[in-house]
Design a protein around this ligand. Structure first.
Ligand code: NAP
Ligand code: HSE
Length: 437
């Protein structure tokens, strides 16, 4: 540090929560104290840590800093308040109080940002403080800052990725080891991967919250969790995964936000989370285990992929500490980070407007003319067939139909028609196919 930096008052940091992420933050703050001071131009000093139970042993956090009085932490007038407790309340009230008291806030809380990010942005604006949340999406992977800052001069058209490590771990195990859903769920549980409420992972809600945050930043329009179409992985079977592999595909839980622009209908965006088949040669197909990766397509930049660890104490703390350095520099040198950018007012459209390819697995009657009738049902709804394969596994006659790109609305209408046909014994499965032009 320069002589001037040595005389700079320390940057005071208060923290709400000291669990998996918070304890890593505290440890790394101490371990990298010297480097961080140089990068910021002032020492960083942890002044208080709010937790539920002050008697839990917490390595690296002096007992004297721990308190159960979370309001006192929020109102400490620290330069920076880090929120890593999670959940909507009391996190929201505490963050708003901290900003109101003049503290910049750094949060890893995707649930809160996806539900009420607007209130947080507005409080940050009113108090002239920073709001950073890099760790809220895809853990260690720099993704929020590239969208908020690096790509601010471009026009993003699509964001597509794997943003939930737990479900990616489960689907990878099912694919590579031929394991059943229940077995991999139990393994994810035993490894401590599942959220306290596992439905947040397996029903896609965690991924949907992250998709809402990414969509809002990418398209400069307000998006909340309620705007995201969401299907989890609960219905994916070993048979689906084997069928996908036989055709050269792998099944991943994808979060997709894309701009939809057609001549005849209103422009907008569709934000969706669901399992999808992607070709084995697609870069996302090789994102295995609990890793995350996100593809961003921007008009001028073209395609970019961001890959890394989406969860875990240290990886998430790395993202939080990057935000700490940014906010601390503003305290030392002046200035503020970016605020809310929702000027475009694009509408969030119904999933029916999304366009993709589809895989449809049918159990049909084995008699002359059936194939023609089925082809007619697709044609009548404007869905063009790419490949038909006879695949009799356990059925009177099995048909796998893969389509060209079509709208979700058209595909749904096709499925309704197929289900009403005497020739079709059962629509066994329908899955979207992504990553093919
Ligand atoms: P965690 O291990 O459950 O820790 C939560 C901490 O907050 C604990 O220290 C707990 O106190 C404290 N806390 C929670 N509710 C409280 C309340 N009502 N009053 C007082 N203290 C309370 O959670 P985590 O995994 O570190 O996650 C923290 C945040 O980071 C969440 O928003 C999560 O979504 C986000 N995040 C986590 C990861 C990850 O890999 N874990 C990745 C990305 C983002 P006690 O210790 O006394 O129980
Ligand atoms: N449950 C989340 C996941 C944690 O599995 O990715 C990180 O946000």
């Amino acid at each position: 540090m320069s002589e001037r930096d040595k005389s700079a008052p320390p940057i005071r940091i208060a923290m709400l929560g000291a669990g998996t992420v918070g304890s890593s933050i505290a440890r790394l703050l101490t371990r990298h104290q010297h480097d961080l001071a140089h990068r910021v131009g002032a020492n960083l000093e942890l002044i208080s840590v709010g937790v539920k139970d002050i008697n839990k042993p917490r390595e690296g956090i002096p007992q004297s800093l721990l308190t159960q009085d979370l309001e006192s932490v929020a109102l400490s007038r620290a330069d920076i308040v880090i929120e890593v407790m999670g959940g909507i309340e009391p996190a929201r009230t505490l963050i708003l109080a901290a900003m109101n008291a003049g503290s910049s806030v750094i949060t890893a809380n995707k649930a809160l940002m996806a539900e009420d990010g607007a209130a947080l942005y507005s409080a940050a604006e009113e108090s002239g403080v920073d709001l950073y949340f890099e760790a809220a999406v895809a853990g260690a992977i720099p993704l929020i800052r590239p969208l908020r800052e690096s790509l601010a001069g471009d026009r993003v058209t699509k964001v597509m990725g794997i943003v939930n490590g737990t479900t990616n771990f489960m689907l990878t195990k099912m694919d590579e080891e031929g394991a059943e859903y229940d077995e991999v769920f139990a393994e994810a549980d035993s490894l401590g991967y599942l959220e306290a409420d596992p439905s947040l992972d397996v029903d896609g809600i965690d991924a949907a919250a992250k998709a809402a945050i990414l969509a809002e930043l990418a398209f400069h329009t307000r998006v909340t969790l309620a705007d995201v179409y969401c299907e989890g992985i609960g219905s994916v079977t070993k048979a689906d995964i084997t069928a996908a592999r036989d055709m050269g595909f792998v099944i991943k839980l994808l979060a997709i936000a894309e701009l939809i622009s057609t001549d005849d209908l209103e422009d907008g965006i569709v934000v969706r989370v669901h399992p999808a088949m992607i070709p084995l040669n697609h870069p996302l197909a090789n994102v295995r285990g609990s890793f995350n990766a996100v593809f961003v397509h921007a008009e001028a930049a073209g395609e970019m992929m961001f890959y890394g660890r989406g969860a875990g104490g240290d990886p998430t703390a790395s993202a939080v500490l990057g935000d700490v350095v940014a906010a601390a520099r503003h305290r030392v040198l002046g200035g503020r980070g970016p605020g809310e950018s929702t000027y475009s007012g694009l509408k969030v459209l119904d999933i029916g407007r999304a366009e993709t390819r589809y895989y449809v697995n049918l159990d049909v009657r084995d008699r002359p003319g059936v194939l023609a009738q089925i082809a007619n049902a697709f044609a009548a709804n404007g869905v063009s067939i790419q490949v038909v394969r006879q695949d009799g596994h356990g059925y009177e006659a099995g048909l796998i139909v893969r389509t060209h790109r079509g709208s979700e609305a058209a595909l749904r209408a096709t499925v309704v028609q197929l289900e009403s046909m005497d020739e079709v014994r059962k629509v066994v499965g329908v899955m979207r196919v992504e990553g093919e032009e």
